[in-house]
Write a protein that binds this ligand. Structure first.
Ligand code: NAP
Length: 253
């Protein structure tokens, strides 16, 4: 079995925050391997349309679904509509996430809340709806996109680091709870990946981060997507509760 042989035919996957960046790459990779993908987006409809066009260009299947994952109702409807329209749900990728970086003395309550609401409550909201269905069918894959910031901590990111550490604890606890139902739950701890999330960070800080990476470069969104596809596949059936770094050696936990 070669990596490129990994097939996800007949699988249905939801990728949250799939309009841009890492989520976009994951949606395309899962579709390329045969999954029918629900491209969730919140604000970037045009970008989400482009992801769908890209997938249809190679004959892949996808649908678009607008939902703010931080809203419990909308997250439930995202999962319910997927099951109604596509018949099932096999794979949930909790990828949607934001930053609101500030040094702690300057960080407002709003900066704190919005990051927790999208990054960790969004993960709870979507998983909650998905797990009910996966438990009934006694199979499923949940993959949470977390960060080295949740493992190492990052100055200027107390809110983000806390939300990403919370995703790690959530991953392990849920993995233990639902392993008996043949559902695996894993996290990918991404390092410095080349996406728009970095647009608000100064060149100087980005240069400093590069110095911390043994492999000496940024990662590409596709490098997260490759591992996601593996964890979503039947070949990863015996992996659960793990936090796997794709970070150029930055964290080495
Ligand atoms: P990005 O390029 O800024 O994309 C963020 C995505 O999240 C967009 O598709 C956005 O959708 C979506 N999103 C934001 N708020 C949402 C909400 N309330 N509901 C639904 N979707 C929402 O960021 P990225 O770098 O790809 O990050 C993706 C994930 O990887 C995040 O969880 C991030 O923490 C994690 N990560 C990234 C890095 C990195 O270096 N890039 C490193 C570690 C971890 P709309 O534009 O449609 O609103």
């Amino acid at each position: 079995m070669f990596w490129n042989d990994l097939q996800l035919e007949d699988k249905v996957a939801i990728v949250t925050g799939a309009s841009r960046g890492i989520g976009r790459a994951i949606a395309i990779e899962l579709a390329r391997r045969g999954a029918t993908v629900v491209i969730n987006y919140n604000r970037s409809k045009e970008a989400a349309d482009q992801v769908q066009t890209k997938i249809s260009e190679f004959g892949g299947n996808s649908i678009l679904y607008q939902a703010d994952v931080s809203n419990f109702e909308q997250a439930q409807n995202l999962v319910k509509s997927t099951i109604n329209e596509l018949g099932t749900l096999d794979i949930l990728v909790n990828n949607a996430g934001i930053t609101r970086d500030k040094l702690f003395p300057m960080m407002s309550e709003e900066d704190w809340d919005i990051v927790q609401d999208i990054n960790i409550k969004g993960t709870f909201n979507c998983s909650k709806a998905a797990v009910r269905h996966m438990m009934r069918k006694r199979s499923g894959r949940i993959i949470n996109i977390t960060s080295v910031a949740g493992q190492m901590g990052n100055p200027g990111q107390t809110n983000y680091s806390a939300s990403k550490a919370a995703q790690i604890g959530f991953t392990k606890a849920l993995a233990r709870e639902i392993a008996a139902r043949n559902i695996t739950v894993n996290a990918i701890a991404a390092g410095y990946i080349d996406t728009e999330i970095w647009d608000v960070v100064s060149e100087e800080i980005q240069e400093g981060i590069l110095q911390l990476i043994p492999l000496g470069r940024k990662g590409e969104p596709e490098e997260i997507a490759n591992l996601t596809a593996f964890l979503a596949s039947d070949q990863a059936a015996y992996i659960t509760g793990q936090v796997i770094g794709v970070d150029g050696g930055m964290a080495m936990m």
